[in-house]
Design a protein. Structure first.
Length: 124
């Protein structure tokens, strides 16, 4: 029987590079903002309703619009989500999965706050 190598979560965590993205006061409460990191637009969300921060691709995979940072935040059965302003497709802020029952998904990124600065974790 062939053994499958499982990804080591600790090893994966060690490969994350934390990039300073912005200050906490630059993202309004319960809204998003967009930053450019390594040539990629990343949407950062300050979800004060749950006290959490999230980061995802800014590009909506439906029509490839750079818009998700301007989406509406909410939750569906406790799962935080963002709704694209164009056609209202919604995405989980935890997993990036489309919650509108379609195959689309977006990349999510780990976020950490230190003092009043927002850092985004990118894998090398
Ligand atoms: S472009 Fe986002 S839902 Fe259509």
């Amino acid at each position: 029987m062939e053994e499958k190598e499982m990804p080591n979560p600790i090893e994966q965590l060690q490969k994350v590079s934390w990039i300073k993205a912005c200050t906490t006061d630059s993202i309004p409460e319960n809204e998003g903002g967009c930053v450019m990191i390594k040539g990629k637009q990343i949407a950062i969300f300050n979800f004060t309703k749950t006290g959490e921060w999230f980061a995802t691709d800014n590009q909506c995979p439906h029509k490839m619009q750079m818009i998700l940072s301007r989406g509406m935040l909410g939750d569906q059965a406790g799962e935080p989500k963002v709704a694209c302003p164009y056609h209202k497709k919604t995405f989980s802020l935890n997993t990036g999965e489309c919650m509108s029952g379609e195959e689309y998904s977006i990349q999510t990124y780990p976020v950490k706050i230190e003092k009043n600065e927002v850092f985004i974790g990118l894998r090398d």
